[in-house]
Design a protein around this ligand. Structure first.
Ligand code: THU
Length: 150
């Protein structure tokens, strides 16, 4: 599959719609690991990558981007989602999210990222490293009663 470098902070890989069903967990996790290599994590040394699969059949990548003012840090998941909106616009629909970290330790999306995933993917499935290895959960399991304005 061809990779197109679109920008310095994300790249997107087109997936023909007919192949959507074949885009499995392993492939999305592989993409997340690829994204992880771009992480800017000099403070925590904890590099994270995320890949989201959209209903349009695109895969967007994100990594964590830290800051000397720690609270300004952006997680990998939100980086991927914001890149997707910047590229595709506000109609983004997330089907699945994969998260990988360099240390191979348990790492599920933080609370803030769960809420952001829920915004664009109320039925999304999330693949991540759990306590017992690779795990998957629906976003509503990870975030019961997610907030909605309407
Ligand atoms: N981090 C992520 O990017 N995603 C997660 O799911 C958990 C935490 C980042 C934020 C920070 O740069 C580093 O991991 C340590 O908390």
């Amino acid at each position: 599959m061809t990779c197109h470098c679109i920008d310095s902070y994300f790249w997107v890989r087109r997936v023909p719609k007919k192949n959507l069903a074949k885009i499995g967990r392993a492939q999305l996790l592989r993409s997340a690991r690829q994204a992880m290599k771009n992480a800017y994590a000099p403070y925590s040394n904890f590099k994270v990558g995320a890949a989201i699969l959209t209903s349009a059949g695109d895969v967007f990548l994100g990594c964590n981007v830290e800051n000397a003012s720690y609270g300004m840090t952006n997680c990998a998941e939100r980086t991927a989602i914001f890149a997707a909106v910047a590229k595709q616009g506000p109609g983004l629909e997330i089907l699945a999210v994969a998260v990988a970290n360099e240390q191979g330790v348990p790492c599920s999306p933080c609370g803030a990222c769960r809420q952001v995933i829920y915004e664009f993917g109320p039925d999304a499935i999330v693949f991540f490293q759990g306590k017992k290895g690779s795990q998957q959960a629906s976003i509503t399991d990870l975030l019961p009663d997610g907030f909605r304005l309407k």
